[in-house]
Ligand binder design. Structure first.
Ligand code: GN1
Ligand code: MG
Length: 362
């Protein structure tokens, strides 16, 4: 594997001599490596094999990423910031492409590793949550005047009508016979179907506008500096045109969880209202000037929406026989389903309070 990785890396415009390439992190979708160079004066890189089963048009995805990062860099430059540290930089291949397709048909891409940056797996403090909220808010604010159009590389990604279509198909098929043991879990989804569709209807009829969105705003997709300030937003694979509410909701799903996304101990899982408050304050400090009233009115709801969608997606993958998410053990997707449902219940029970927090910060 090592030699193969070296061979692939050599296709790219790397500044310096490669020292080693090691696996990094635990993404569910792509395989990520950190490429270090020999000299301390040369940068290091993040190298990824993009999951071509999920991203069926990697060239279009990389094109989206490049256009957004170029837009961000221009903005950052105008505002006197450092475009190399405050935005991701895609490293091209020696023949000027944004990706390399190997002999096996796998797609690879490289970006610069930002020296001194750190990631967090959990928002342990309100300060960190506030900084994360500001980070996503800034990303949305800087892209709010993006004029180009993004290719829809993941049709229906956070679209619950589309997810129900997939859901209905998977349930009708029940390919591995798991449905019979899951009546309770299935009712969690069905009981809320209308409520979720009513929200999505507002996106479909334009009451809630569509803008540039990140679509995977987990805390580990933000780079911080060693002082805890946000440097930049990474993992732009899912940048799409959608509602910014998805980004807010997904961040709340990730930041405020007092347990793990796949916690087996449900006692540990709940929504921390202090973390919610801090994230919301940070987020709105950057976005309240351009968000519309319908967007603001649905911020708290978006946390329910995205967490619900995640329950559905994990459960659907379990019923489907575990084809989408990487799993570590046979029941993993079911454990994830239960943990995310516990989080959803906690969000639902604190919903009024969440709405008040939003109101107090606009
Ligand atoms: C996936 O790429 P990663 O692991 O950050 C998924 C998200 C889910 C998340 C659940 C393209 O994100 O939508 O919310 O897992 N990404 C894709 O943790 O499906
Ligand atoms: Mg990620």
């Amino acid at each position: 594997m090592e030699t193969k990785l070296f061979k692939i890396a050599e296709r790219f415009q790397i500044d310096g001599e490669i020292k080693d390439i090691k696996p990094l992190g635990e993404g569910f979708i792509n395989d990520t490596y950190i490429l270090t160079t020999v000299s301390a004066d040369s940068p290091n890189y993040l190298m990824q094999r993009k999951n071509k089963n999920i991203f069926t048009d990697v060239p279009a995805m990389m094109d989206n990423i490049e256009r957004i990062t170029q837009h961000l860099k221009t903005k950052i430059h105008e505002q006197g910031g450092d475009p190399m540290r405050e935005a991701m930089t895609v490293t091209k291949t020696k023949d000027g492409k944004l990706y390399y397709k190997d002999e096996e048909g796998e797609f690879w891409a490289l970006c610069l590793f930002i020296q001194g940056s750190v990631t967090h797996e959990a928002a342990d403090t309100p300060e960190l949550a506030y900084a994360g909220g500001k980070g996503i808010g800034k990303f949305q604010s800087m892209t709010s005047d993006f004029k180009g159009s993004l290719k829809d590389i993941l049709p229906g990604f956070h679209n619950i009508r589309f997810r129900f279509k997939q859901w209905d198909e998977v349930l009708a098929k029940d390919p591995v016979g798991r449905k019979k043991e899951l009546a309770r879990e299935i009712s969690w989804i069905e009981d809320r179907r209308d409520e979720m569709l009513a929200f999505w209807q507002l996106v479909e009829d334009g009451t809630i506008p569509t803008r540039v969105t990140h679509n995977d705003t987990k805390i580990n997709n933000i780079l911080f500096d060693d002082k805890g300030d946000v440097l930049c937003v990474i993992d732009l694979d899912t940048v799409l045109s959608s509602t910014v509410l998805n980004d807010f909701g997904d961040a709340i799903r990730s930041y405020t969880n007092t347990g793990l996304e796949d916690d087996k101990d449900l006692e540990k899982v709940s929504m921390d209202i202090d973390i919610f408050t801090a994230y919301t304050k940070g987020y709105l400090s950057e976005t309240k000037s351009f968000l519309t009233q319908p967007e603001i009115d649905h911020l708290a709801f978006s946390a329910k929406y995205i967490t619900y969608e995640q329950v559905l997606r994990f459960l659907m993958d379990y019923i489907d026989g575990d084809n989408y998410y990487k799993i570590k053990y046979p029941q993993h997707n079911l454990v994830r389903t239960h943990a995310q449902y516990k989080l959803l219940q906690s969000i639902e029970s604190q919903y009024q309070k969440m709405k008040e927090v939003v109101k107090a910060n606009v």
